[in-house]
Design a protein around this ligand. Sequence first.
Ligand SMILES: Cc1cc2nc3c(=O)[nH]c(=O)nc-3n(C[C@H](O)[C@H](O)[C@H](O)COP(=O)(O)O)c2cc1C
Length: 184
Amino acid sequence: MPNLLLGVTGGIAAYKAADLCSRAMKAGYTVRVVMTEAATRFVAPLTFEGLVGHQVMVNVLDPGHGSEGLSAVEHVEWAKWADIACVAPLTASTLGKLACGIADNALTTLWLALPPDRPSLLAPAMNTEMWLQPVVQRNLRWLEALERHTLIPPVSKRLACGDVGVGGLAEVEDILAAIVRATP
Ligand SMILES: Cc1cc2nc3c(=O)[nH]c(=O)nc-3n(C[C@H](O)[C@H](O)[C@H](O)COP(=O)(O)O)c2cc1C
């Protein structure tokens, strides 16, 4: 069973990550979830813990936030454990951090610790104005130039904010299909 590391950031589409998690498990993946603090404001870690049967990582400096506890170097172990990694949804903020190599939380630290042979998929989702911001587009170009990540582009639709435009999270089944295709 391939190991999937699922990263969840603080966007309105975070709830869809629970569906992705569930579908990935049904497709035969063993899943571990790392969330940003912002993501935990949208979906409780308990939702993912109930799905995957494993503690969610949120705080890299204090990983043992729950009764089970995670060791202090858990981020290195998790990065080695992953056969494939995917961030869905990916916020503008975390996209910028990944483009610049900033590792200031559990998710971005795990992504920096990911061995180079483990595929990394990124599924951004944000408001159209955010997506079209020159600085976000520049960060995207920087990410693409690294040739390290596979981008699952956002789709154009009516967004949660009411705007119609590009920025919606790709369909969950399309993200799962991309994960399956990229799995070594
Ligand atoms: C209701 C609400 C919805 C949001 N949705 C998004 C979103 O879809 N995409 C995005 O990039 N930021 C969104 N944000 C802003 C992020 O939550 C904010 O930039 C946060 O700092 C991201 O942190 P993270 O990247 O560490 O998860 C939203 C904020 C709020 C309050």
